[in-house]
Design a protein around this ligand. Sequence first.
Ligand code: UDX
Length: 434
Amino acid sequence: MRVTVVGSGYVGTTLAACLADAGHDVTAVDIDPDVVAALNEGRAAIHEPGLDALLERHVGGRLRATTSYDGLPDTDVTFLAIGTPSNADGSIDLDGLLAAAETTGEALSELGPDDRHLVVVKSTITPPGVADVRDAVAAGAGSAADRVDFATNPEFLREGSAVDDFRNPDKVVFGTDSDWATERLEALYAPLIGAGDGDDPVPIVRTDPETAMMIKYANNAFLAAKISLANDLGNACKAFGLDAYEVMDAVGLDDRIGERFLRSGVGWGGSCFPKDVDALRAAARSAGYEPPLLDATVAVNDRQPERLLALLDDHVDVAGERVAVLGLAFKPGTDDTRNSRAIPVIEGLLERGATVVGYDPVATATMRDRFPDVEYADSAAAALTGAVGALVVTDWDEFAALDDAFDAMADPVVVDGRRIVDRREGITYEGLTW
Ligand code: UDX
């Protein structure tokens, strides 16, 4: 099929590259000429394993980028993958998406009398916002609006494994207003979800556009709440002198619960969970529902970094002392520090008058933008040298093998927020929930 993908950010670039790889003819549209030029040279503005290889393979063939919407009527499907940033109250800002939706509609006003086109929202938008985007497309299309179908198709990609997640999804969700739109999406995804390789076919959820988006929010809210409940129970375990991991490993054996996302510690961050849970809370409130469990999901998460710091306070007064922060990324395998738990941890240390030394194998540069005055070390060992305390914030594998490096600390107090460092002789070790 001939596909347009509007928006060449994280989701749009991954989508465009994966659809081209699945055999479709893809045009990526972005308003930023630099992004477009880079894409046409086979370079993505984001780093995602496997993405550059796909661009290299398909740019110049089935994949191209442009700043122009003019080609839209010659394609079959247009995806909208425009960012929806957060407002101060947690709700999402639809302005950019609505503008792109209207421009898309205007381009489609040129559709021929026998043409029919599908516009699919890939951006994450709360259910009450769906009608606004649908209306913006229709307003732009004018008299051609009856030849433009509308759908939503949420993504469930994780950073660091987005390409793989796209190719091996747990499910795909089609939110459509018509059977024709559903069939189009099925044809588009057929190369990705059809069995063929002997695996079970991927479950397809067919529903309306609003429900499809609610599935996305409910999915992320459930995962965030699962971690927060593990943290709430983990804090209780710590208060009882018990090991939360021993408890939750057993709890996870109940297949109604499942073993994943039960790792307690310093909490969840990143670009999705915080934003999506906040947007859902704000949208629910606007619609007249106060969501207590979603509020608590955030409240528990917000408190974990302070609990990490309090455990350090129990052992050492950090004012005027060096303290190492091991891990700055919001999770291992990425240089993304958005909503990383390292941010409140560093802020808490600075409030206490500590000299902070941060270390991360890849995320130092992004954290330096936020905290330019913090010292950054080239290795965990260098960060630990002379420190009175070490706070472990990200579960990078290399932190499991530090061993002797702790001996270089002035007074080795290690507070582990991810259960990655082993308790050992010669250091005072505190686990956040164990
Ligand atoms: C998440 C969802 O998994 C994905 O489906 C959605 O599309 C976007 O949001 P991502 O933000 O890439 O993906 O991160 P993920 O790997 O899910 O981890 C989120 C956070 O939860 C990280 O900060 C991680 O450290 C934390 N986490 C995860 C825990 O604290 N404990 C766990 O058991 C699992």
